[in-house]
Unconditional design. Structure first.
Length: 287
């Protein structure tokens, strides 16, 4: 009784012959960053037959009523994440690919909701070893996906907004691609004016212009008590030779050639033969 350890998990290799026989689901959040649209949670569903994934972004965490729809809910014990390991591994896969998309395009974390939706859209159209290198979309819908619709996340794009222009000579707005619309056959574009459009788009996948369109604001402030040290002032190192001394003068420090002198502390010297002393310059010992 003194040693209480969990029993090893028995891996059950169940096979499912039809879609939606078993659905893995998990609700995650709150996210460490509230998205640009105000979302903090997301819920994911994974079909055990086709491994097709659905994801929904939520602003609040609400109780889901599923009994009224005839769905049998199977729960897991507390602190047993391995019992829901399928959707947990799926979440890790989504998070890793989502961070890659944001890093490649230099897009901040507040657009994590757009990158999450784009990530799931791509995962459903990629080969997976869980299906013997089949595609989840093909497994579920019995037809291959349309790969011509896939475009690069975060690249430069120009949405078709001519019907909304004020005059015919108005240029297209430079925008950043933020993935695919879930309700329209179009692309989500973040324009340079800060508005989000869903439209037909012309892409330039060789350029990622987010930092050019939305440069980061500098929060660096200089205090009045902090001295302003100019980096243009050079630090001169004397070569290891004995300096020449004009007639009638003497060197105050015999080891001057083994040290460094900062010209930032030089006084105004009128006579070019004047010898520098400790009062005239700052001696910095070399290591």
């Amino acid at each position: 009784m003194g040693k209480a350890h969990g029993c090893p998990l028995t891996c059950l290799k169940n096979t499912y012959s039809h879609p939606f026989e078993l659905i893995y689901t998990d609700l995650l959040g709150p996210a460490p960053f509230i998205s640009n649209s105000g979302y903090s949670y997301y819920i994911s569903f994974v079909d055990a037959y086709s491994w097709f994934t659905w994801i929904y972004i939520l602003k609040e965490r609400k109780h889901r009523h599923i009994i009224s729809f005839g769905i049998s809910h199977r729960g897991i014990f507390p602190h047993t994440r391995h019992q829901n390991r399928v959707v947990k591994r799926k979440h890790r896969h989504i998070a890793e690919l989502e961070l890659t998309l944001l890093a490649q395009a230099s897009i901040p974390y507040k657009f994590w909701d757009c990158s999450f939706l784009t990530t799931v859209y791509l995962i459903n159209r990629l080969l997976t070893s869980s299906l013997n290198f089949d595609v989840p979309y093909t497994k579920l819908f019995a037809q291959p996906p349309d790969y011509s619709f896939i475009q690069c996340f975060g690249c430069s794009c120009f949405p078709l907004l001519r019907p909304y222009n004020k005059h015919k000579l108005q240029f297209c707005l430079k925008s950043v691609s933020l993935g695919y619309s879930t309700s329209h056959k179009g692309y989500k574009c973040l324009a340079s004016n800060g508005h989000l459009y869903v439209s037909k788009v012309i892409f330039n996948e060789h350029r990622f212009p987010y930092l050019d369109l939305f440069p980061p604001k500098s929060n660096t402030t200089h205090s009045a008590s902090t001295p302003d040290i100019s980096p243009s002032i050079p630090i001169i190192g004397f070569p290891p030779v004995t300096p020449s001394v004009p007639p009638g003068f003497s060197v105050s420090s015999p080891n001057l050639h083994n040290r460094y002198v900062s010209t930032a502390s030089f006084p105004s010297v009128g006579d070019k033969h004047r010898i520098l002393s400790k009062k005239d310059c700052t001696i910095l010992h070399s290591n």
